[in-house]
Design a protein around this ligand. Structure first.
Ligand code: HH2
Length: 275
């Protein structure tokens, strides 16, 4: 798969970096259009924050937030992904023309979700998360974070296929920041190539996340450069879908990086210098 940018359209009052900016449908739709002009090939519409400590949102509220935005963006001809773990929200979005269900619970959050995605032939993003957003950052531990995430994703791929989802329509995501410390996130980023061995397109969502703030000392408004660095690294390690807020910056960086990596004789990590 050629690298693709999934632009984030958060129709929420409380998302960690852009909560409240695009709560009105008109604002969210205009933002989505701008992200496409900036280089996004997929628009990921979400109506519930999953930031650490976030309170769950009712199904009715999530539908009200996402439905008009999905319908309008799809009507404009864009590829839309619905960021939800609720089958009713996914169902409405798929009926309105969304093609992708981005489920941070990897089909564990709603018993109806897997069958729905199978029946509708949706592409599904399966993401790794420990616990739920309310508790996930309470002292997360792993034997080996990459091995553990890989085993989890392998099991979720099997579950998706067992539910009737075409394996060719499954994408996987290590869930950066979902039950992970700074060290866990860096280890995952550095060893993403091990997750490519799962044989499915790898989605990565580092955008503006707090581990970038920890490394740079910057708040959410100043994390675009750090985010861009993580995307370039992830591209080199094999990621193919980049879920980001700052589409223009990441799009330019990935174009330059992809053109260069095409000529790179070996991985930068293993290249030896003689000086
Ligand atoms: N991260 C967030 C939300 N959805 N989906 C996938 N597949 N991967 C991610 O890393 C991911 C995701 C969190 O970011 P954001 O949507 O900006 O914030 P919030 O959850 O506060 O709305």
């Amino acid at each position: 798969m050629t690298p693709k940018i999934m632009g984030v359209v958060n129709v929420t009052p409380d998302s960690f970096s852009d909560g409240g900016l695009f709560l009105e449908p008109e604002a969210a739709i205009a933002h989505g259009e701008q992200l496409v002009r900036d280089g996004a090939e997929i628009l990921d519409v979400g109506g519930e924050s999953t930031r650490p400590g976030a309170e769950p949102v009712s199904e009715a509220e999530e539908l009200v937030r996402t439905q008009p935005v999905v319908a309008d963006l799809e009507g404009l001809g864009y590829a839309v992904s619905i960021d939800t773990s609720k089958a009713a929200v996914a169902e409405a979005a798929l009926a309105a023309g969304a093609e992708i269900v981005n489920d941070v619970t990897a089909l564990r959050g709603d018993a109806e979700m897997a069958a729905l995605c199978a029946e509708r032939g949706a592409t599904v993003v399966l993401m790794h998360m420990v616990g739920d957003p309310l508790t996930m950052q309470d002292d997360p531990r792993y034997d080996d974070v990459v091995e553990d995430v890989k085993a989890f994703l392998a099991e979720r791929i099997e579950a998706a296929v067992a539910a009737g989802i075409d394996e060719g329509k499954v994408w996987v995501d290590p869930g950066v920041g979902f039950g992970k410390t700074l060290e866990h996130n860096l280890e995952l980023l550095a060893r993403l190539d091990e997750l490519v061995e799962l044989g499915r397109p790898l989605v990565i969502g580092t955008s503006r996340k707090s581990f970038i703030g920890r490394l740079t000392g910057r708040d959410v408004t100043g994390r675009v450069h750090g985010t861009t660095a993580t995307c370039v690294i992830a591209l080199e390690r094999g990621a193919r879908v980049f879920r980001v807020h700052d589409v223009a910056a990441v799009s330019d960086a990935l174009k330059v990086a992809a053109a260069t990596f095409a000529r790179w004789p070996t991985s930068p990590r293993t290249t030896r210098t003689t000086t």
